[in-house]
Design a protein around this ligand. Sequence first.
Ligand code: CS2
Length: 492
Amino acid sequence: MSGHPRLSNVTLHQAPEQFLRPAYDRTAQKTGCVHFGVGAFHRAHQAAYLDALMNSGARDWKILGVSMRSPAVGEQLNPQDGLFSVNARSARQDETRIVGSLGPVLLAGAQSAEIVRALADPAISLATITVTEKGYCLDPATGRLDEGHAAIRHDLENPSAPSSLPGLLTVGLAARRAAGAGPLTILSCDNLSNNGSATRAAILGYATLMDDSLAGWIEAECAFPSSMVDRIVPATTPADIDALEQELGLHDEGMVNTERFMQWVVEDKFAARRPALDTVGVQFTNDVAGWEHAKLRMLNAVHSTMAYLGALGGFDFIHEAVAFAPLRAHVEALWDEQQATLAPLAGFDPAAYRAELLDRFANPALHHKTRQIAMDGSQKLPPRLVTPLRERRAQGLDCPHECLAIAAWMRWQIGKDETGASYRVDDPMAETTAELVARSGGDAAGIVRALLSIERIFPVGFAEDAYTVSELTRALSDLLTLGARETLQRRI
Ligand code: CS2
């Protein structure tokens, strides 16, 4: 536990000189943005970009934070006046910046009335979102709001205290419309394909359940740009907080470790005023889809693959997994398959991108856990691996490496590692997959058949492709009998 004072407006001046800090008057900043999901990624990404914007003179984009589930986030940040450190690490050196763009953090549910009031304030022009794939409450098979979702049912029954993203944001938009506060831009920063359309579907789906004319207003007035976001941000550990404290001389419970690299490509489709983020490195464009695909299919797909194969093979961290030559060879071959599904994109050089990704994955200072990325695979698999695989099959192309990656996810659902130790499968569909695996008979063919029946992950028709089924079965059978390392070694 800490022996130092807590980071806050009052103690900020005590930070040693090498720690970069806000060059602006924090008290003069007006709130212009509400952000949903104040996790580590938001702090190292959108909050860091807005902080850079404030450093260059902007004064009306302070963020009001909304924590979707955990009161812990407010407890970390509110006593610190919203200040936190972003520690960008590489093998060579760290650069730590104390970020000042975040105001108070409110809790969805308990403080929904305040959040709704903020969304109805004309000074707010932008809502940004990082609630992860599952937070949108969409039915992946239809792309529409899952009206049977427990969180959606709860919100419909408790309209004064909604706590799901669709419920809270839509109730806020209803209040905004009633107050005549003008349109809002709603900007998803999650790793979903077409995240703007997905967000729009979630909100319009909820609005239709409340009032058709509200849905009509949202559709006509508000904007849902898509965006591609990128920065690798491992979950913060108590040891990270202690290590920073030794250098900072202040106790910072909101700190995050990350890499130097950061990227944000945003569809230029704003309903209200737009922050001048292009002056701090953000790319506004009319076509985000190409960037989204490139990132999901090259970075995230390989992340998931290294997470399952790496964790099964006994590697705790991504930099260790990627240093294992047979796994790196698999990554390159998987990239060849995935890259062939990308449309040409101006300004995107696949070879340079791959080289840069390998460098980023190899960063020994990041300590990015394979098990962190293994989380929520049921949500991550479709845009990262299932859709590209289907596209290849539609062209009659083979895809052994995509199949090995998906088979590794299947192997992970068993919940027992190669030493026989049990672990918890951290996934909203964990119960379903556990039940299917238990009833499958336990052999590779049975498990493949059972898991392919989940239409929310594998769309209709997927399990009818004999090539895919046999490749998945071959890969899973190898993983079960040889283990991950040996499977990879034999495939070089
Ligand atoms: C990772 C991402 O955990 C995961 O699923 O693939 O969080 C990844 O680190 C980010 O998308 C990088 O921008």
